[in-house]
Design a protein around this ligand. Structure first.
Ligand SMILES: *[C@@H]1O[C@H](CO)[C@@H](O)[C@H](O)[C@H]1NC(C)=O
Length: 182
């Protein structure tokens, strides 16, 4: 970058300023350092904002837990979907058991099966998720990744919309004569 700047006839002081700004991208700037300091050295009982800090951080964590519950229960109420409870992160990673006919339909569309499912989901509901195959999932096992971050009050409607799509999708592609439901 330096060479490039010299070649464009910038005066040295400007080069120094740009170099300084670019360096900030590599090292945390002052606000980031303050927040990191607060994280590793949280408020203690007796500190002025201690009560508020506890109230707010507990509130956020409790809300995330509630959202994780709504999402996990929602996924597990869906046809051919199983999901572990989100405990330590903000991601939910349900397994989607795609019927053979859906896998065939994906192949004819030139798509990996879970990508096919996620695109249909996006088209039908506007819910954007990441197909498990993007993470190098085991052959023949399908997941999608989503987050528990939407607002708590929006969560029930989101899961309802997901369920409506999923159950319709399964209905469409399931061969009810030979395929055992989970
Ligand atoms: C749930 O968690 C267990 C233990 O980590 C794992 O073996 C299993 O594959 C998970 N199930 C799903 C559907 O992700």
């Amino acid at each position: 970058m330096f060479e490039l700047l010299c070649m464009t006839n910038l005066i040295l002081q400007s080069v120094d300023e740009i170099y300084k700004v670019a360096s900030i991208a590599l090292s945390p700037n002052v606000p980031a350092q303050i927040f990191m300091g607060l994280m590793v050295n949280p408020l203690k009982p007796g500190d002025v904002s201690y009560e508020q800090f506890i109230r707010e951080s507990k509130g956020i964590l409790e809300s995330l837990r509630k959202r994780a519950r709504i999402m996990t229960d929602g996924f597990n109420s869906c046809r051919n979907v199983v999901c572990n409870f989100t405990e330590g992160a903000m991601y939910s990673f349900p397994q989607i058991r795609l019927p053979p006919k859906a896998i065939e339909a994906a192949k004819s569309a030139g798509k990996v099966p879970d990508v096919f499912y996620c695109l249909k989901l996006l088209e039908a509901t506007g819910i954007s998720t990441v197909p498990g195959s993007g993470f190098g999932q085991k052959e023949g096992v399908f997941h999608l990744r989503t987050t528990i971050l939407p607002a708590e009050e929006d969560m029930p409607a989101i899961m309802e919309s997901f369920k409506k799509f999923n159950d319709g999708f399964m209905e469409q592609y399931e061969d009810t004569r030979g395929y055992s439901r989970m």
